[in-house]
Design a protein around this ligand. Structure first.
Ligand code: FAD
Length: 318
């Protein structure tokens, strides 16, 4: 079922969903099931599976020279989605990127998803690879997420890259896109970012999932701004419980989000990361309850491969 249909069917009841990362190459898929199993009692209507593009690593050769090698550390997004739908009977949502994909690769990826009965996709640009400062699309690849949304929507209309194909089968993907209550890192302003968010909706996206935030007022202000701009699709907030002291510096730098002073002061007071984890769970429960009271359709959790803290939150909220 499509995300939008799940939301309509819930008739205003807030649902629980979460995102998982494919395991590192070499690990068994059971590690994913071990993370999903404890969360199934909260009836997620869908589970997102992130996509991780290739990275460049340098391997030293015997003669001392360095060899540039392409590695994909977390492959398996499509296979995991198929396995989730098969094992749990729950919709799995693969993330799909502009980065690393030509439009031909994208089309073939979407055909695989369609054949597997996957009805939702999350369309993203992707970040620059570590060795690059700015995002560089593939030759013949999509440049922005809005271009990727257009390609998916074209396939929904039966328009393939090869215009000579006749009597084509139409896909029927429900398309999600990302948004940033505190603005995307590269955007010159929030208004500019929302301008391009609107473009993604105009091209065919039908729901939005936000970047993590730790201050609900930032989300509510963003949601109002979107509504004032005429965006009517569901906006799903993404939450992540803080779990380590190190994240105080890492999260703002990596995700361009501010941490509230009150949270920072409490984290600093913690004796160790066990205490930080407990505090992060409490903070996230309070955020979730407030979002739920405001009638948000779904609260989406970034599990980052750990289900214990998400379970502790969900058991208090859902
Ligand atoms: P876009 O919507 O293309 O926007 C990128 C930037 O370009 C923004 O600053 C925007 O304002 C600007 N922009 C957009 N269109 C134009 C235009 N036409 N002209 C000029 N500027 C423009 N990354 C992964 O690698 N794998 C994942 O699985 C993944 N999942 C994610 C899930 C969520 C919910 C979120 C919020 C992010 C996720 N990301 C993931 C990270 C995401 O790929 C990065 O944040 C990326 O830098 C931007 O992606 P986007 O889809 O928002 O890009």
């Amino acid at each position: 079922m499509k995300v939008t249909e799940h939301i309509a069917k819930a008739k205003g009841k807030t649902m629980f969903s979460f995102e998982i990362l494919p395991p590192l190459k070499g690990q068994h898929i059971q590690s994913i099931f071990d993370n999903i199993d404890p969360l199934m009692e909260f009836n997620p209507p869908f589970i997102d599976v992130t996509y991780h593009r290739e990275e460049y690593v340098y391997k030293e050769l015997e003669d001392g020279l360095l060899k540039k090698q392409v590695v994909k550390k977390r492959p398996g997004t499509v296979g995991i989605c198929a396995a989730i739908q098969n094992k749990y009977g729950v919709d799995a949502i693969p993330h799909i990127l502009c980065g690393g994909f030509s439009q031909e690769d994208t089309e073939n990826f979407l055909i695989d998803l369609d054949f597997l009965g996957i009805q939702n996709v999350m369309a993203l640009r992707g970040d620059p690879v570590k060795s690059e400062t700015y995002f560089r699309p593939e030759k013949d690849g999509n440049v922005y997420a809005s271009d990727l949304v257009k390609q998916i929507q074209d396939l929904n209309l039966g328009r393939y890259l090869d215009e000579e194909l006749q009597n084509t089968s139409k896909t029927d993907f429900c398309i999600g896109v990302a948004a940033y209550p505190e603005k995307h890192l590269e955007a010159p302003s929030l208004d500019s970012d929302i301008h391009f968010l609107k473009k993604k909706i105009k091209k065919g996206a039908t729901y939005i999932v936000t970047q993590m935030f730790f201050d609900n007022q930032k989300f509510f202000a963003f949601e109002k701004k979107c509504r004032d701009e005429g965006i009517t699709v569901p906006i799903i907030p993404g939450l992540k419980p803080i779990a380590t002291k190190k994240q105080l510096n890492m999260i703002p730098q990596r995700f361009n989000v501010d941490l509230p002073d009150e949270l920072i002061l409490e984290v600093v007071k913690c004796k160790d990361n066990n205490e930080v984890r407990e505090l992060g769970v409490e903070w996230c429960i309070a955020q979730s309850n407030e979002l739920k009271a405001a009638g948000i359709p779904v609260v989406h959790y970034y599990s980052m491969g750990r289900s214990d803290n998400i379970k502790a939150i969900a058991s208090q909220v859902f």
